[in-house]
Design a protein. Structure first.
Length: 442
C-alpha cells in the first residue's frame, strides 16, 4: 500500500484546476454573449459569479481542514445534517452525478475529435465509450502515476489557454471597440433579469465540480493547511483564466460573430491559429476535457470507499484497493454506468439529469460550514462568521441555478431526482433492515 498522504498543495491545486476547466470555457462565452448581447455586462456577470464561487471554495476549504477524510461532501453532509442525507448523497453520486459528468464530458469532446480526424464522423457513440474507458484505464495505474499525469496535462491546458489569450490580444483584427458593441437582439431592460439568470446558469456550469477535490482529503499532506489553500488558489486560478479568456474572445470577435457555440468555434480557430485553426483549437479542447475526465476518475472512487466503510453500499461494488491504492471495481462500475448514459442520451439531457439534484446536496454541504454539527462530540464542522457568510452566498447562487434548471427542463431534472429518490429509499430500507450495523459500518 502506498503512503496514505502523498499530495502536496501544488499537486492538489492542480487537480482542482485540471478537473474544473473542461469544455465549458469553449462553449459558455458564446452562449452568454448570445444571451446578454452586451460584452461589458458579460464580463461583469463572469466576475460576479466567480466571486460567489470563490465563496464556495472558502466554505469547502474550511470544511476540508476540519474533516480531512475520504469522501468530501459525503463526510460534510454526514457531520452537518446526519447520516441518512449523506448516504442518499452517496447513492446519488454513484448512480447519477459521477457517471453523468463522465458521460457528458465524453459526449462533449466528440465534435472536436472528429474535427481532427474527419474519418471518425458517424462513430460518435463509440468515440464517447472510448474516451470513458481510456480515462478509467489510465486511472487504474494509481495516484502515484495518475496524479502527476494530471498535473502535466493541467500545465499543458493552462499553457494552451495562455497562448490563446496572448494570440487573441495580439490579433491584428481585434478591436477594443468590441467591448462597447451591443449586438442586435440584446436583452432589453424588461428581459434583462431572465437573461442574467440564464447566463448565470451557463457560467456556473463551467465552475461545476471544483468541490470534488475534497474527496481525496485522506491522500493530502497536512490537509488542514493544504486543502483550503489548494481550493482557494485553484478556484481563483480557474476564475482568472475564465475571465481573461472571455475577454480575449470578445476582443477578437464582435458580439454578432460570437452568439452561438458553433459559429464561435468556426470563427475563432482560424483567427488564432491560421490555416490549422480548426484542428489546433480542437486539440486544445480535447486536452482540456481529458484532463477534467481524468480528475473525476481519480476523485470519484474515494467516495465509494467511504460509503463502503460505513456499510451504505456493498463492499462488492467497490472491491478491495490494489497495492497502488486504486479501487478497481469502483472505477469499473463508474465506467459502466457512464457508458450506458453516453450510449442512450445527449449532452444537454445528461447535464440536466445530474445537475439539478447534485446542486441540492452541494448547497446543503456548503451550509454545513455554518451549521451546528449533528454529532458535536465527533465532528466539529461549524466555522467562523466569514465562512458562514461565504457558505450562505454560495448556497443562494446554487438555489437560483437549481430553480432555473428544473423550470427549463423539468423532465430531465425530474429523472435525476427520481433516481436519487430510489437511492434514498434504498438507504431507508437498509437502515430499517440492519439498524445500527449500517451506521457503524460493521
Amino acid at each position: 500500500m502506498v503512503s496514505s498522504r502523498t499530495l502536496g498543495p501544488w499537486t492538489t491545486g492542480a487537480l482542482v484546476v485540471g478537473h474544473t476547466i473542461g469544455v465549458g470555457i469553449f462553449l459558455t462565452p458564446a452562449a452568454v454573449i448570445g444571451t446578454l448581447g452586451d460584452p461589458r455586462l458579460v464580463l461583469m456577470v463572469w466576475v460576479g459569479i466567480s466571486l460567489l464561487v470563490m465563496a464556495g471554495a472558502l466554505a469547502f476549504g474550511s470544511l476540508g481542514a476540519r474533516l480531512p477524510q475520504a469522501g468530501g461532501l459525503y463526510v460534510y453532509l454526514r457531520a452537518g445534517w446526519g447520516e441518512r442525507l449523506a448516504w442518499t448523497y452517496g447513492w446519488q453520486c454513484l448512480l447519477v452525478m459521477d457517471p453523468g459528468v463522465l458521460a457528458a464530458l465524453a459526449i462533449g469532446v466528440q465534435p472536436y475529435i472528429v474535427a481532427i480526424w474527419p474519418g471518425l464522423a458517424g462513430s460518435e457513440r463509440w468515440l464517447a465509450l472510448a474516451v470513458i474507458w481510456i480515462v478509467v484505464v489510465a486511472t487504474l495505474a494509481g495516484l502515484r502515476i495518475s496524479a502527476p499525469a494530471m498535473v502535466a496535462l493541467t500545465a499543458i491546458k493552462l499553457a494552451a489557454l495562455a497562448a490563446i489569450i496572448v494570440l487573441a490580444f495580439g490579433d491584428s483584427g481585434g478591436r477594443w471597440s468590441h467591448f462597447a458593441a451591443v449586438a442586435d437582439g440584446a436583452a432589453s431592460t424588461t428581459a434583462l433579469a431572465p437573461a442574467l439568470a440564464v447566463a448565470a446558469v451557463s457560467i456556473f456550469f463551467s465552475f461545476g465540480g471544483f468541490w470534488d477535490a475534497s474527496r481525496i482529503a485522506d491522500r493530502i499532506r497536512d490537509p488542514g493547511r493544504t486543502l483550503p489553500l489548494a481550493m482557494t488558489y485553484g478556484v481563483g486560478c480557474v476564475a482568472l483564466v475564465y475571465v481573461l479568456t472571455t475577454a480575449a474572445f470578445i476582443y477578437v470577435l464582435p458580439p454578432t460573430e460570437a452568439r452561438s457555440a458553433s459559429l464561435f468555434a468556426e470563427r475563432i480557430g482560424p483567427r488564432l491559429f491560421g490555416a490549422a485553426g480548426g484542428p489546433g483549437f480542437a486539440a486544445v479542447v480535447i486536452v482540456s476535457v481529458l484532463t477534467s475526465a481524468l480528475g473525476l476518475a481519480i476523485f470519484a472512487p474515494r467516495l465509494y470507499i467511504a460509503m463502503a466503510a460505513d456499510g451504505v453500499i456493498p463492499r462488492a461494488v467497490v472491491g478491495r484497493q490494489e497495492a497502488n491504492g486504486t479501487p478497481v471495481r469502483g472505477l469499473l462500475v463508474l465506467a459502466t454506468l457512464a457508458s450506458a448514459l453516453a450510449w442512450t442520451s445527449g449532452f444537454t439531457g445528461i447535464l440536466t439529469y445530474f445537475m439539478a439534484p447534485t446542486l441540492v446536496f452541494v448547497a446543503l454541504a456548503a451550509l454545513s460550514a455554518a451549521r451546528r454539527p449533528v454529532a458535536p462530540s465527533s465532528d466539529r464542522v461549524s466555522g467562523g462568521p466569514l465562512t458562514a457568510i461565504a457558505a450562505a452566498g454560495f448556497a443562494v447562487l446554487l438555489a437560483a441555478v437549481i430553480l432555473l434548471v428544473a423550470v427549463n427542463q423539468p423532465l430531465q431534472a425530474g429523472a435525476g431526482f427520481a433516481v436519487t429518490a430510489v437511492g434514498a429509499l434504498a438507504v431507508h430500507k437498509g437502515v430499517m433492515s440492519h439498524g445500527s450495523d449500517v451506521s457503524s459500518g460493521r
